[in-house]
Design a protein around this ligand. Structure first.
Ligand code: ATP
Ligand code: MG
Length: 314
């Protein structure tokens, strides 16, 4: 089976217990939960049986151990996660507003995550990889950008493929080279997985159809538009395939896009038809929102298939 790799931020997430709770005053918190968009992605891919590994860095602390042990338990290759003494593992503190939007306090660039590099272990992991997945949020510093771009070139040079989820988090994406890096990654990508308004960051078109057509003409193999509870729509040069979301009670939206992407890319790599890859991806995205914590809703393939067999689409 083809092996996929991602590179970027590894964090613990600590969340406010109540919707509407503010960090401007003390209040009950939940966590730490293992997190970081590329970590969630790699964890979900591994849980589905796809060979998958992560390049990143944590501190020599309990938060780092929590992340590494979770990824290992899910079956991911953790050999390229560096452990740094003297730097704390990255953190994300999250509050949920009444309008369902989220507010993040991140410590990534100045945490152990900021020490990400293409060291010997990362080079070895990339030597065995066939596919690189890039999260826009992982382009959080010039150093992190260099790791992502070199991973792309290493894998592309041997005929591998690339997927890209913009996963825009304005709170962390302040590197001077970020905008150019986002455009560069898109130009090298085969699969593009935007959600919401992210599509329009890469096209001057005013409507979805024109933006999709413009981006496909630039060389992408396919575009998958994530549409929250409504599911997702796949586009390639032959047309579109829509797939409804599954009906679930959402308790925490964080991680849905990452789990969805991991499932879609894993099944695309296996040669699944778009409708089949979308169905598994929608199921993984739906399951992700049923648990508090970004990685708590990751399930193995058998559980995802059982959910599909009994789940209702919207
Ligand atoms: P994230 O917040 O993780 O970055 P995203 O914005 O990238 O998410 P979404 O469209 O919110 O992506 O969610 C990804 C997928 O997860 C959806 O396409 C859908 O399959 C599933 N999903 C998300 N929310 C729900 C929900 N409330 N009910 C059912 N499925 C959902
Ligand atoms: Mg996302």
């Amino acid at each position: 089976m083809r092996k996929l790799v991602s590179a970027g931020e590894i964090l613990v997430e600590i969340m406010a217990e109540r919707i509407g709770q503010s960090f401007l005053e003390p209040g009950p918190l939940l966590g730490p939960y293992p997190s970081g968009a590329p970590a969630i992605f790699i964890g979900q891919a591994a849980a589905l049986g796809q060979p998958a590994g992560l390049i990143g860095a944590v501190g020599d602390d309990d938060f780092g151990r929590l992340n590494i042990e979770r990824l290992r338990a899910l079956g991911a290759d953790v050999s390229a996660i560096a452990v740094h003494k003297g730097h704390a593992t990255g953190t994300a503190f999250v509050t949920y507003r009444a309008d369902a939007s989220r507010h993040f306090v991140f410590n990534i660039r100045n945490s152990a995550s900021g020490l990400i590099e293409t060291d010997g272990a990362a080079t070895n992991l990339l030597a065995s990889a066939d596919h690189v997945h890039v999260m826009g949020s992982s382009l959080f510093s010039d150093r992190a950008i260099a790791v992502a771009l070199s991973a792309i070139e290493t894998v592309k040079a041997k005929g591998g493929t690339v997927s890209f989820d913009p996963n825009i988090r304005r709170e962390i994406m302040q590197a001077s080279g970020m905008r150019a890096a986002l455009d560069h990654v898109l130009a090298r990508a085969d699969i593009f997985l935007p959600s919401g308004e992210e599509l329009f960051l890469f096209s001057s078109a005013k409507d979805e159809k024109s933006a999709v057509d413009e981006l496909l003409a630039r060389g992408l193999s396919c575009i998958v538009l994530k549409k929250g509870a409504a599911g997702a729509v796949y586009h390639d040069r032959n047309g579109a395939v829509a797939s409804s979301g599954f009906a679930v009670d959402e308790v925490d939206p964080t991680g849905a896009g990452d789990c969805f992407g991991a499932a879609f890319v894993s099944f695309w790599l296996r040669g699944a038809a778009p409708a089949e890859a979308l169905r598994i991806a929608n199921a993984c995205g739906a399951l992700a929102v049923t648990r508090k914590g970004p990685m708590e809703g990751i399930f193995p393939l058998e559980a995802v298939e059982a959910f599909i067999a009994t789940g209702n689409t919207q």
